[in-house]
Design a protein around this ligand. Structure first.
Ligand code: ZN
Length: 288
């Protein structure tokens, strides 16, 4: 396993971690100043400054990307199907322009949450089928563009509204059906926040292997968690035993960035950007 204790060369910052403190230009500048080598930006942050400026800023700062957030939200009713398809194709195009190594997919839940305005449905099985169809269709677009798609299983508490793919096994089953040749075009984003509790996590990591492990996201699970979405913890402040998981991920062949992704309305979003980044660097060395 790589030794992270002496430097932070394998640290990436998911830019949602400091989204309240500044725009993407400010985040890029701060990351470069802290010697951070990689980021993973969100589409709304790129849109806010314009794609061309985002591409130029990342390039001028010499930053790598560890991913691009995000495509997905596949379940939709018939009236919203074209919007869903076009939106996802634009996400692929943006990821290509930014030089991202993968487009992260948050696949969506029930159609009226996934694509607001869609007719309400309580059929989770149908939503899961739509997710698989949506990924298959997007793969046909992304593969020729050279943009790998990373399915991010989300914690089951989000099954209704954000993602009805909830475990590594479920994500890998989709990968095996749509990309049986393990070409690298389709894989998973392994986010500790979502998968740490899974008794089959280590089996899933081993099964994924190098070809399927496209991204690795870290933060911590706080007890109590006060908000289902916006109370993620800084690494070391919660209950996730991180080193064994990273050891497994690296043993399976992953050698990319450890991407810190923290949505924290009451805590980290309230602090100065420099303090948050300095803390990410320190905890990356100490506990990741
Ligand atoms: Zn994530």
């Amino acid at each position: 396993m790589r030794d992270f204790s002496h430097d932070h060369r394998w640290l990436s910052i998911n830019t949602a971690t400091v989204r309240k403190q500044g725009d993407l230009l400010a985040i890029v500048e701060a990351c470069a100043r802290h010697g951070i080598r990689a980021i993973s930006p969100w589409r709304d942050q790129v849109a806010a400054i314009g794609l061309a400026r985002a591409v130029a800023a990342v390039r001028e700062a010499g930053l790598d990307l560890s991913g691009y957030c995000r495509g997905g939200m596949f379940p939709a009713d018939r009236a919203h199907a074209a919007e869903m398809r076009d939106d996802n194709r634009r996400a692929v195009d943006e990821a290509v322009a930014l030089g991202a190594p993968c487009l992260v997919l948050v696949v969506g839940g029930l159609p009226h949450f996934s694509r607001p305005g869609s007719a309400p449905s309580h059929d989770l099985a149908a939503a899961r089928a739509q997710v698989e169809d949506g990924i298959a269709a997007l793969l046909d677009y992304a593969k020729p563009a050279g943009m790998p798609l990373a399915i991010e299983p989300l914690h089951p508490m989000y099954a209704a509204d954000r993602a009805c793919v909830n475990t590594m096994a479920q994500a890998l089953d989709i990968c095996d059906r749509l990309d049986p040749g393990r070409t690298g075009a389709l894989g998973v984003a392994c986010d500790l926040y979502h998968v740490w509790w899974d008794p089959d996590l280590f089996a899933g990591i081993a099964r994924a292997g190098r070809e399927r492990l496209l991204a690795y996201h870290v933060c911590d699970w706080l007890v109590p968690t006060r908000d289902l979405l916006l109370d993620r913890g800084m690494m070391g402040d919660g209950v996730i035993a991180m080193r064994p998981i990273r050891r497994a991920v690296e043993a399976a062949g992953f050698s990319g960035y450890s991407e810190v992704e923290i949505f924290s309305e009451q805590n980290w979003w309230q602090r100065p950007m420099d303090e948050v980044l300095a803390t990410c660097i320190a905890r990356h060395r100490e506990v990741v």
